[in-house]
Ligand binder design. Sequence first.
Ligand code: SPV
Ligand code: MG
Length: 286
Amino acid sequence: MIRGLHPSFRDVLARGGLVKVAGAHNALGAVLAERAGFHAVWSSSFEVSAARCLPDASLLTMTDYLEAAVHMQRAVGVPVVADCDSGFGNELNFAHLVHEYEASGITAVCVEDKLFPKMNSFVGEGQRLVDAEVFGRRIAVAKQAQRGEDFLVIARTEAFIAGLGLEEALRRCHTYADAGADAVLVHSKQSTEVEVAAFLARWARDVPVAVVPTTYPAWHAEDAHRAGAAIVIYANQGLRAQVLALRHTFGEIVRAGHTAGVESDIATLDDIFTLQGLEAWRKLSR
Ligand code: SPV
Ligand code: MG
């Protein structure tokens, strides 16, 4: 059942408190994230690519990512934050993506300052970034392109991922905030939160900061909030959980020759019917 109106991501941020976001790649994952209590869903380029067994390397098109984000947004009553990679090109592509996502009911996009085509942040070394001023101009164009007040643009820096250090991460985020970014996302692949916490300790702007604790999993959300983060994104844990669950279940069925041994580890059909919103659909034909 297509859900009704959802709040914008800006509304959710304005409520105050830490905004917890879970990554997903389809409507079912988004619904499960919402039901678990997440305030928003991250339409993850990593997950959307992995769901097609492709690397997160700018192989899919903006249309592919938009379609995935829209499927998620239609299924949930919380806002979807659309991961738009490095913006699919130059400032014209930034304007186009804002037009398309906003017109499709998505209220927040995130663009990162890596060169197109990009590679996932956790793959290898030598990530290369767009010049900060060029990226700042793209952010300004993205902000000019939105039609409504509500639409929110998150500017993500990959300065730490590229090994450029704290001063460069700060310089870039100041440039993007000056250009009109509504929030910044500071990504890191360190095994602790130290790098990101150092950024937060120096960030004095009235522009919310998002963090993605993938490689520093022990950082408690409330500690991230106390350190100054406004948004915490659990970008890919759902996908990784699904891989282990499927591998276990399929392996057991092949091994045992029947499904009795996995029944208690898998959802009931009634559970799936509920997630499908079956009751509401059945009422339509009564
Ligand atoms: C994603 O989930 O696609 C992200 C976060 O952009 S990361 O995979 O950590 O780059
Ligand atoms: Mg991504």
